[in-house]
Design a protein around this ligand. Structure first.
Ligand SMILES: NC(=O)C1=CN([C@@H]2O[C@H](COP(=O)(O)OP(=O)(O)OC[C@H]3O[C@@H](n4cnc5c(N)ncnc54)[C@H](O)[C@@H]3O)[C@@H](O)[C@H]2O)[C@@H](O)CC1
Ligand SMILES: Nc1ncnc2c1ncn2[C@@H]1O[C@H](COP(=O)(O)OP(=O)(O)OP(=O)(O)O)[C@@H](O)[C@H]1O
Length: 682
């Protein structure tokens, strides 16, 4: 007698093969065919198996066979034969194939409903089959795990099939209730198969695939969630580390300044008052449009008299497009004032110099380049359009107007307020830096022209409409940053509308950058932006001088620009100021930072618009970062200003390397992507 290798409910391969040999015998198959009351057949199978040395109950045999049939069916219908996978699903595929290919069809009810009446008849009840459990089938439930979706293409014989062989029928045979009274040749009762029940069986592979795909998608989701958490944790760790380093550097800086002030007590004394020059003398120095009269913020329009005339070679007018006169070259950028070694002293003023890249800066406590890097939002697939910034530009007009005089001075002639380039430069720069949407609010006539420059811009022809403020205000809830002034012109109506928009934007806490003609407005009505923590002014030397004199009612000291910016910022309620020039001076009234990223000698018009447009985006990012606690101890507006200055200068340098003297602002805009990467993403 063959040794019984059965352990518990597990079927060994030898045992399974023996079972299959018995089950495949012709008489057994014939008895099973079309016969759903088959317990007597399995009793015979069990007896024959016992004769080979394996003790299994009839029910165990039936369940094992059922399981094997499911595996076979799955492998066969899943078309796995071609790719050789079928053996993985049905180990005994070949044996099953050999046996079942002689049968007309495989009865799904044997697989799906516990073998018809057999389960009811089997006195032993159902036992869990270890191997079946491993296969993932639930034998005890008597069900296939695959829900009904696609029909199994199985056929049933219409007529009872005679059973030509003798099968020992046990005492339970009496319980078999044939539908037909006919007898087989062997005397066994032959039953007409029941009308097929409503099929719960369906082809499982599709369902399996669906489940598999669902699970893969879930696994992928879970992976990304974990990955996001990991990145956030990493960010947090880096920020904490950075904050700690900053703190230590600050402490070191304080120690050094304490030591140095103790060593040189005379340094604490106020610097000697430098020679004073007025905007008039500066204008005289710069060109023929200078005016010696000291302006008043309320009644005077100092710039109006010094407005560029067509004779000024630096004016951007069509006729003035030639190269700047060589005699003007040194005066631009303060004629060396910015670089003057004299402006380093003064106990109130802490200087910080930065040049290209974070490694080259010589700052002690505030690592501005790194801070700018830290505010740049990551590019992830999880974001939606608009999240990285929706920026609005207030400016752009195209009209030839006779200007109404705002002061007592006579107007020296018609003035062309026709600026469509400036708002375009600002808006496209905002996009190129990384804003998702850029809106231009301009006059009706300018809109088509601006739109024609770029389809990427959203242009609103509302600035001169009777309901301009209401029209623009509708958009404010959607804007993250506002740039007021590029190409705004100086028409009363437009300035009035711009002023109202600034007021309403302040009420919404939107960062506001004011440049060009917007500064003209501030010169006349400083209160429009005074003390607003999210405001930034970006004057060039002319605009700065006008502002200074309007606020201080005295000529500006142009030899100590650092003190001047501090004073002006203080007078404007610690507003952030950027004085553009050979070095850009940035302050919020507490310290002066200097951005001296190398540019070039090329000073084409529109560079300021690139600066203000990109600053609008960076201001949004910086304030968001600050709200999220990623910038501590430093005014976010200062960080944004420093970022935009570095970027503009880097663009200038890169464009100049390619185009030399023919460099234009459009060439610089082309460089924004690479310049940004080089400065902030390397
Ligand atoms: N393509 C365009 O449409 C452009 C339009 N722009 C717009 O033109 C309007 C007037 O702007 P302006 O800048 O001409 O302002 P202003 O009308 O106040 O003129 C300033 C004067 O100062 C001179 N100046 C500027 N910086 C100087 C410096 N560092 N040293 C010596 N002189 C200096 C200029 O050459 C000019 O003569 C604004 O609305 C502005 O936005 C400019 O942004 C340039 C490009
Ligand atoms: N002498 C200089 N050397 C290097 N960079 C400079 C110099 N002067 C200005 N810049 C840079 O050019 C940018 C624009 O400054 P600019 O003085 O041209 O502004 P603007 O006159 O307002 O421009 P716009 O022509 O748009 O009105 C600033 O970011 C500044 O850093």
């Amino acid at each position: 007698m063959q040794a019984n290798t059965t352990r518990g409910f597990l079927w060994s391969d030898v045992e399974t093969r023996t079972l299959l040999n018995i089950w495949g015998e012709q008489d057994i198959q014939a008895a099973l065919d079309g016969n759903f009351r088959n317990s007597f057949v399995y009793r015979d199978v069990s007896r024959r198996l016992a004769a080979t040395g394996f003790d299994r109950t009839p029910e165990q045999c039936r369940v094992r066979i059922k399981s094997l049939k499911r595996q076979y069916l799955l492998a066969k219908e899943g078309n796995l034969r071609n790719n050789g996978q079928y053996h993985k699903i049905c180990k005994f595929y070949d044996a099953m194939e050999r046996i079942l290919s002689n049968r007309p069809a495989l009865d799904p009810r044997e697989l799906m409903d516990g073998g018809g009446g057999a389960a009811e008849e089997a006195g032993d009840g159902l036992e869990e089959d270890g191997e079946d459990a491993q296969d993932g089938y639930s034998e005890s439930m008597g069900e296939c795990l695959y829900p009904a979706e696609s029909e199994v293409k199985l056929e049933y014989p219409n007529v009872p099939i005679p059973v030509p062989v003798k099968v020992t029928v046990g005492s339970h045979s009496s319980t078999v209730r044939p539908h037909h009274s006919g007898q087989s040749a062997g005397g066994l009762p032959v039953r007409t198969p029941k009308r097929p029940r409503k099929r719960r069986s369906t082809f499982p592979m599709e369902r399996l695939m669906e489940q598999f795909l669902q699970q893969s998608a879930q696994a992928e989701d879970a992976f990304y969630r974990v990955e996001e958490q990991r990145l956030a944790a990493e960010d947090g760790r880096r920020e904490a580390e950075h904050a700690r380093e900053l703190h230590m550097l600050q402490m070191l800086g304080q120690m050094f300044s304490a030591v140095s002030s103790a060593a040189t007590p005379t340094k604490a004394a106020p610097p000697p008052r430098p020679p004073v020059i007025s905007s008039a003398s500066l204008s005289h120095h710069l060109g023929p449009s200078g005016h010696a009269r000291r302006p008043s913020p309320l009644t005077d329009c100092p710039g109006q008299q010094s407005r560029p005339q067509s004779t000024d070679p630096q004016t951007l007018g069509i006729s003035g497009g030639g190269a700047r006169g060589p005699e003007l070259e040194p005066s631009r950028g303060g004629g060396g004032h910015y670089g003057s070694p004299g402006w380093g002293a003064g106990s109130l003023v802490f200087e910080r110099y930065y040049s290209l890249g974070s490694s080259a800066h010589r700052g002690m406590d505030d690592d501005l380049p790194s801070l700018v890097k830290s505010i740049v939002p990551p590019l992830t697939s999880k974001k939606h359009k608009g999240q990285d910034g929706r920026i609005g530009i207030i400016g752009g007009c195209q009209e030839y107007v006779k200007r109404a005089v705002l002061n007592t001075e006579p107007l020296s002639g018609p003035r062309c307020d026709s600026y469509t380039g400036a708002p375009y430069f600002a808006a496209i720069s905002a996009l190129k830096v990384g804003a998702d949407l850029s809106h231009v609010f301009c006059t009706k006539d300018a809109a088509t022209v601006i739109k024609s420059y770029s389809p990427e811009l959203i242009v609103h022809p509302v600035l001169d409409s009777p309901h301009a403020v209401e029209e623009i205000e509708k958009w404010l809830p959607r804007l993250h940053g506002l740039v007021v002034g590029p190409g705004l012109g100086r028409e009363d109506l437009l300035l009035k509308n711009a002023k109202e928009v600034i007021e309403r934007s302040k009420a919404r806490d939107i960062p506001i950058v004011i440049d060009a003609d917007g500064l003209w407005l501030v010169t006349q009505q400083p209160s429009v932006i005074q003390g607003y923590p999210k405001g930034i002014l970006t004057p060039n030397i002319m605009e700065f001088t006008r502002l200074y004199e309007a606020l201080h009612h005295e000529p500006m000291n142009s030899t100590d620009l650092k003190s001047s910016v501090l004073q002006l910022s203080g007078a404007l309620g610690n507003l952030t100021l950027v004085l553009k020039g050979e070095q850009d001076l940035i302050t919020d009234g507490s310290k002066v930072y200097s951005c001296s990223v190398e540019g070039s000698g090329r000073r084409c018009g529109g560079q300021g618009d690139l600066l203000s447009g990109s600053m609008g985006v960076l201001a949004h990012w910086a304030h968001s970062a600050s709200t999220a606690g990623r910038i501590r101890g430093l005014n976010p507006s200062v960080v944004a200003a420093f970022g935009a200055c570095s970027l503009t200068r880097q663009c200038n340098s890169q464009a100049f390397q390619r185009h030399r003297r023919s460099t234009t602002t459009s060439d610089m805009i082309q460089e924004i992507g690479t310049a940004f990467r080089k400065l902030f993403e390397s």
